[in-house]
Design a protein around this ligand. Structure first.
Ligand code: UT7
Length: 337
C-alpha cells in the first residue's frame, strides 16, 4: 500500500496539528423558537436542511471572544503557552469590526505578545485556506508555532425576518495549533479554489467600499447576508466533490483509505449528495449540523475538534475535510491525524 505522504515535499520539515479546540455559545435557538419568528416549521427545516438547533452568541460576546475560547482549548491540548505562538490567523466573514483584524483582538485576549496576527476571508472555506497558509509558514521555516482559527458570529448579519436564510446559520469557533514536528502527522495536501464570477450567489453587499453604511443601505437590508439557495446548493455539491477527488488524487489514495470525511456542515442534503458521489459510507461521514447549523469558517474546525474528542479519529488516521462557501470558494484537505 502506498504511503500517502510520499508524494509530498515536506522539505525535511513536517508540520503537525498538535492541538484542536472549539467553543460554541451556550444559548441554543431551536426550530420551535424560529417558528415564532418567521413562517416556518420544524418539519420544513429538518427535512430540507437537517438542522434542529443552532447556537447564538450573547449580545456582548463577539467573534474574537468565541475565537479566543476555542484557541485556549487548542493551546491546552497542544501544551502551548501564549508566548510560544508566532502567528495567529483568523478566518472569518464576521470580524468584530472592519479593522483592526479579529486576529489582533485574539492576540490581545491571549496575551500572545510575540505573535504576528492577521485575518483571512474565504467565507465558509476559510478554515482550509487558513490551515494551508499557516502550514506554509512552518514549511518555509519562518515560524515554529501557528494558531489557526475559524470563528463566526453569523447571528450578527442574519436577517431574522428572512426565512430563506435565518434558519440556516449559527455562531461558534474552532482552532488548531500547527507546529514543526519531526516524523509528524499533519496536513498532507490542501486544494483551494474560487470562482468570483458567481460572487452574487451568496454575499453581504453593504459595509464595504462599494456600499458604505448609510441610512438607506441599512433600511434596504444591505448589511444582511443574502443567498440564492438553490444555485448555491448545486455549485456546492459539484465543487466539493471535485476538490475532494483532487486532494485524494494528489495523495494517491481513494476514499477507502479515509477514516473520516468532515464536510462543511451547511445542509444534510449537501452532505449526503457529496458522500454518495464520493462513495463514502455513512460511517465515514462526520455530521454535527443538527446541533449547530452552518457556522461558516468555524464549521469544519468545530467538527474536527468533535471528531477528535469523541474518539472518532485516532492518531495515524486519514481525514478528508471538504468545504464550500461564498466567493465562490471551495477546498479539500487530507490530514494524517
Ligand atoms: O455555507 C455556504 C453554502 N451554503 C449552502 O450550500 C446552502 C445551499 N442551499 C440550501 O441549503 C438550500 O437551497 C436551502 C435549505 C437554502 C433551501 O432549500 P431548497 O430545497 O433549495 O428550497 P427552495 O429555496 O427551493 O425553497 C422551496 C420553498 C419556497 O417556497 P415556494 O416558492 O416553493 O412557495 C421557499 O419560499 O420553501 C420555502 N422556504 C421555506 N419554507 C418554510 C424557504 N425557506 C423556508 C423556511 N420555512 N425556512
Amino acid at each position: 500500500m502506498k504511503n500517502p505522504r510520499a508524494k509530498h515535499n515536506f522539505q525535511g520539515r513536517p508540520c503537525a496539528i498538535t492541538g484542536v479546540g472549539a467553543y460554541v455559545p451556550e444559548r441554543i435557538l431551536t426550530n420551535a423558537e424560529l417558528e415564532k419568528l418567521v413562517e416556518t416549521s420544524d418539519e420544513w427545516i429538518t427535512s430540507r436542511t437537517g438542522i434542529k438547533e443552532r447556537r447564538i452568541a450573547a449580545v456582548d460576546q463577539f467573534t474574537s471572544d468565541l475565537a479566543t475560547k476555542a484557541a485556549e482549548r487548542a493551546m491546552k491540548m497542544a501544551g502551548v503557552t501564549a508566548d510560544q505562538i508566532d502567528l495567529i490567523i483568523v478566518a472569518t466573514l464576521t470580524p468584530d469590526m472592519p479593522f483592526p483584524s479579529t486576529a489582533c483582538l485574539v492576540q490581545r485576549n491571549l496575551g500572545a505578545a510575540r505573535a504576528a496576527a492577521f485575518d483571512i476571508e474565504a467565507a465558509c472555506s476559510g478554515f482550509i485556506y487558513a490551515l494551508e497558509i499557516g502550514q506554509q509558514f512552518i514549511l518555509s521555516r519562518t515560524y515554529e508555532t501557528v494558531l489557526v482559527i475559524g470563528a463566526e458570529k453569523l447571528s450578527s448579519i442574519v436577517n431574522w425576518k428572512d426565512r430563506n436564510t435565518c434558519v440556516l446559520f449559527g455562531d461558534g469557533a474552532g482552532a488548531a495549533i500547527l507546529q514543526h514536528r519531526e516524523n509528524s502527522h499533519g496536513l498532507l495536501t490542501a486544494v483551494m479554489g474560487a470562482d468570483g464570477n458567481k460572487a452574487d450567489l451568496l454575499s453581504m453587499p453593504g459595509g464595504g467600499s462599494a456600499c458604505p453604511a448609510t441610512q438607506t443601505s441599512v433600511s434596504d437590508g444591505k448589511h444582511f447576508l443574502r443567498m440564492d439557495g438553490k444555485e448555491t446548493f448545486k455549485n456546492a455539491v459539484n465543487a466539493m466533490v471535485s476538490a475532494a477527488h483532487e486532494a485524494m488524487r494528489r495523495c494517491e489514495i481513494d476514499i477507502t483509505r479515509i477514516k473520516c470525511v468532515i464536510p462543511h456542515q451547511a445542509n444534510q442534503r449537501i452532505v449526503d449528495a457529496v458522500g454518495d458521489r464520493l462513495k463514502a459510507t455513512p460511517e465515514q461521514l462526520f455530521i454535527n449540523l443538527h446541533k449547530y447549523g452552518n457556522t461558516s469558517a468555524a464549521s469544519v474546525a468545530i467538527a474536527l475538534d468533535e471528531a477528535v474528542s469523541s474518539g472518532r479519529i485516532e492518531r495515524g488516521d486519514l481525514i478528508l475535510l471538504v468545504v464550500f462557501g461564498a466567493g465562490l470558494t471551495w477546498g479539500a484537505a487530507v490530514i494524517e491525524w
